[in-house]
Design a binder for this molecule. Structure first.
Ligand SMILES: *[C@@H]1O[C@H](CO)[C@@H](O)[C@H](O)[C@H]1NC(C)=O
Ligand SMILES: *[C@@H]1O[C@H](CO)[C@@H](O)[C@H](O)[C@H]1NC(C)=O
Length: 620
């Protein structure tokens, strides 16, 4: 009698307990599932570390080649390459480069999205080399800079990018760089074609001992970020970090029967690390596209049976903006979208139009040591925190003074955590478990991302540069990005780099570049406030010619404001916050304003132009 009562009580408790837990935390199931994936990830990573020689993403690829040689690995413009074909192509690439590089060298890859990009990277990895992935939009001074800051000896150039390299060829030659071009006809002196050697090379494996010195701490890649100031910086991605990023697909719930669509540029971490390497980790096919196309997006998804897509916020909006032609918006197999930066209104619209697709919003910087994943699909949040996460790598939101542009310090000189629900600067503790590898050959910029003496004397934190807010349920919301960078069309724009270019225009004496918000667009569009040289007028033509020739379209200042004097702080730092708030409304700003019209160059800003932008008739 007593025991049966006890059992009933116990059974009751077992039934009631989950309900109690659920009431305290309605996301319990997802939290537990997430924690299990993270544990699985930690165990896998540990296994990769303990293996001798260590186990890299290349080894994973090679295992898959033996496991399912004839499974599709890559689809591209109607062709399909199986794992075994990809392996042979990358062996050819390795042999073609074998006598030009040594194990441990860095080789820069300057190519658009195409299969050869992937073969070359795999080939380089087989030779024990590090690949530096150059942004295909960069030109002239920035191109030379990106190349030299990772000490690369060889530059591999896509057939369509020869022109950009020819511009800087004398500089590259003076640095003793070998320039190898893909494509047959390169009549230019100093460029060598790799195509011949590729077709003649053997497709058998190169000796394994070429990569015997590689450990998980060896640099696998350099990926460029235009962090806070000046020219792009090469973030060092070691093999361990590459594993971590690859595991994101696992955390997001990608399965081994999925098919992944990769159309973002491979030189960015999203497409390369999470898209391509993540798919290798999962062992699933990648559908590669040269460039995003809103009109072809769903056709591709249908044609290749795509089930998982990657996104950035802008892309989701472009997709929602495509006029509805036929009733086939929901005719596709896409079940999961993985990415970041989608705005709440676009998120809702996207789901309503394209059907039941789980959206997994993630947050993390290429070089950062802290990230979040919104694994419950809460609309608007960039992530969710939970206890495991906090234990794994400590982070905090600290109070930040936007006017002084530095964290608030208390009387003892320590930073101050913001109360739950308030906006603060995200910082992640730097430790053996969550290291910060910094930037190649750029001690100063590396140092700038490290905050010291944050909560105790001697501690070190990675400064994300992002202002976030975390609510009571643990949902993380993006608020703003501080400092000298803004984002436009999914690209970071370094304000000082743009300002440097404006200063090369004859009439401009000083320039202050910042991003301004535009209704209906994510991120901020470029604007510059300039001071002209004495007795000179703003030269629309010369300014337009210069920015057009030297800056990628997303970085060109769309608006220019001419001021008599530029505001600076006591320490001569330019003030951007106030200017950014004032924006580009000609009714509010008395200074002369110019607008960059893509077909005409800079023209005086008018009420009509402003209204057209505000009402969404003029898309930027
Ligand atoms: C997509 O799936 C359909 C039906 O399941 C199949 O017939 C077709 O071959 C698949 N397409 C590709 C590119 O695998
Ligand atoms: C939406 O998809 C999820 C899994 O992807 C499924 O669990 C859920 O039932 C679906 N909801 C609807 C309304 O179809």
């Amino acid at each position: 009698m007593f025991f049966s009562l006890l059992y009933t009580l116990l059974a009751g408790l077992v039934l009631v307990l989950p309900v109690l837990l659920y009431l305290r935390n309605p996301y319990l199931v997802q939290d537990v599932r997430y924690c299990l994936s993270v544990l699985q990830l930690a165990l896998s990573l540990n296994r990769c570390k303990r293996r001798n020689p260590c186990y890299t993403i290349l080894d994973r690829f090679l295992d898959l080649v033996s496991k399912h040689p004839h499974k599709p690995f890559l689809y591209f413009e109607g062709s399909c390459f199986t794992y075994i074909q990809a392996d042979r192509e990358s062996n050819k690439a390795a042999w073609a480069l074998r006598n030009r590089v040594r194990s441990g060298d860095t080789v820069a890859v300057f190519m658009g999205n195409e299969p050869q990009f992937v073969w070359l990277w795999l080939g380089l990895s087989k030779l024990g080399c590090t690949a530096a992935l150059l942004n295909t939009n960069i030109r002239s001074k920035s191109l030379v800079h990106c190349f030299s800051c990772c000490d690369a000896k060889v530059l591999l150039v896509g057939a369509d990018l020869q022109g950009a390299v020819v511009e800087v060829l004398p500089t590259l030659q003076s640095l003793g760089v070998q320039v190898l071009v893909l494509g047959v006809d390169c009549a230019v002196e100093g460029l060598h074609s790799l195509t011949g050697s590729l077709s003649e090379s053997s497709d058998q494996p190169v000796p394994v001992d070429l990569r015997s010195k590689i450990t998980l701490k060896s640099p696998a890649l350099y990926i460029y970020t235009s962090g806070t100031t000046g020219l792009p910086k090469a973030a060092v991605i070691n093999y361990e970090r590459l594993w971590m990023a690859s595991f994101l697909q696992l955390i997001a719930g990608v399965r081994s029967d999925d098919i992944m669509y990769v159309y973002l540029p491979l030189y960015h971490s999203a497409a390369f690390m999470m898209g391509l390497c993540g798919s290798i980790e999962r062992g699933i096919p990648v559908v590669l596209r040269r460039k995003f196309s809103a009109s072809q997006f769903w056709n591709d998804c249908r044609k290749y049976n795509v089930t998982v897509i990657q996104y950035i916020g802008e892309v989701m909006r472009y997709l929602c903006n495509v006029p509805k032609v036929r009733k086939q918006d929901r005719d596709h197999k896409v079940r999961l979208a993985l990415g970041n930066g989608i705005r709440t209104d676009t998120w809702n619209e996207f789901l309503q139009r394209f059907g039941n697709i789980s959206i997994c919003e993630c947050y993390g910087a290429t070089e950062g040591n802290i990230g979040f994943v919104n694994y419950v699909g809460k609309v608007g949040a960039i992530g969710k925190e939970n206890f495991l996460h906090k234990m794994g790598n400590p982070y905090a939101l600290i109070s930040y003074d936007t006017e002084k542009e530095e964290p608030v310090r208390d009387s003892r000189g320590f930073c101050v955590r913001v109360p739950t629900g308030e906006t603060g600067l995200l910082v992640g503790q730097i430790s053996a478990r969550s290291p910060f590898s910094g930037y190649s050959k750029n001690k100063q910029q590396t140092e700038k991302k490290i905050l010291r003496d944050v909560f105790v004397k001697g501690d070190q934190y990675f400064n994300s540069g992002d202002l976030l807010r975390i609510d009571r349920q643990g949902f993380v919301f993006f608020q703003d990005r501080i400092g000298d960078t803004f984002r436009w069309k999914g690209e970071n724009v370094a304000t000082t780099e743009v300002a440097d270019h404006l200063l090369m225009v004859d009439c401009i004496e000083e320039a202050n570049v910042y991003g301004v918000k535009v209704p209906g667009h994510e991120g901020r569009i470029g604007m510059a406030s300039v001071k002209l040289k004495e007795n000179m007028d703003f030269d629309c033509t010369a300014t337009y010619q210069h920015v057009k020739n030297h800056l990628p379209s997303y970085a060109r200042p769309r608006f220019i404001r001419v001021q008599d004097a530029l505001d600076v702080t006591g320490t001569f730092k330019q003030l951007k916050g106030k200017l950014a708030k004032e924006g580009f409304d000609p009714a509010l700003i008395q200074d002369p304003l110019f607008y960059l019209d893509d077909s005409q160059g800079y023209v005086p800003m008018s009420r009509d132009i402003f209204d057209a932008i505000a009402e969404g008739r003029l898309r930027l």
